[in-house]
Design a protein around this ligand. Structure first.
Ligand SMILES: [Zn+2]
Length: 275
């Protein structure tokens, strides 16, 4: 049973309800959705912003640590006077001011094997915007365990990667990156316009998957070289021996998710580093 929309919500979301393929039913589906966003920084914070204004009914924001001044070139939910304080609570305040009709829960913790299962179970969908592979792997494993879709968004300098993972129907993150590339724990160069571009596309994947609007990146990896404005779609390889998602059950093209998965993109042989 989908929740109904209040007159204020109908007014707030009028311009997107007009979109063919979204409509009032899509808006009510968004209202019913709980999305977990891990890593509320330049990527996760901006994705959360677009989910909030689109009317996703509940956001669970997860990010440990305090705001640093060098976060401010990309973390657009933050303000200069918040430096030194926990980022996730400022993100909650900013988003609540933008859209008081939705519920926002803020958790000042990093993702770990100890805390992630309970959160994934409470969510309908997760966005993986975490800083490092330990957090990304923990979220991927929990989403596979509980059968929850996960939007995987990652960047490295001017390059960005995006895919939508549906457990047992598409390759998982471990299939994509069985060996973890080298990365610099002190961070890499990043422009806010790059993390923001990827964040908008990640938020759009959530909206598409929830409402049925358009075609999500199921079983497809979108690679972006934003220095050259070059975009490509690849078909990730599903590893039947994957220690996380294992053998894929037979799916038929009549399956609603499988039917949207293209068969004609080249398979990926090797991927560039991802952080
Ligand atoms: Zn896998």
């Amino acid at each position: 049973m989908l929740p109904s929309l209040t007159p204020t919500e109908v007014e707030r979301y009028r311009r997107q309800i007009m979109l063919p393929g979204l409509g009032e039913t899509g808006q009510r589906q968004l209202k019913k959705t709980t999305a977990l966003v891990t890593g509320v920084g330049g990527l996760g914070g901006t994705a959360a912003l677009y989910l909030a204004v689109a009317g996703v009914g509940k956001l669970i924001l997860m990010r440990g640590g305090n705001l640093q001044r060098d976060d401010l070139n990309r973390q657009i939910l933050m303000t200069d006077d918040w430096v030194g304080q926990p980022r996730v609570f400022k993100a909650q305040e900013t988003l609540t001011n933008l859209n008081p009709d939705i519920e926002i829960e803020a958790i000042c913790e990093y993702v770990s094997a100890d805390n992630i299962d309970a959160l994934v179970q409470r969510a309908d969908i997760a966005l993986d915007c975490a800083f490092d592979f330990a957090e990304r792997d923990a979220l991927n494993a929990a989403c596979v365990r509980w059968g929850k879709p996960m939007i995987e968004a990652a960047m490295n300098g001017m390059e960005a990667y995006l895919t939508t993972i549906v457990p047992r129907q598409t390759p998982c993150l471990t299939c994509l990156f069985p060996e973890k590339p080298e990365w610099d724990r002190w961070g890499f160069g990043v422009l806010g316009a790059v993390s923001g571009t990827l964040a908008c596309l990640a938020a759009l994947e959530v909206i598409k998957l929830v409402t049925g609007l358009g075609e999500p990146l199921l079983g497809q990896l979108l690679t972006m070289d934003l220095a050259r404005a070059e975009f490509a779609k690849r078909r990730p390889y599903h590893d039947p021996q994957c220690p996380v998602c294992g053998p894929m059950p037979e799916v038929t093209r009549s399956d609603p998710v499988a039917a949207k998965m293209p068969e004609d993109q080249p398979a990926i042989v090797a991927l560039p580093p991802l952080c």
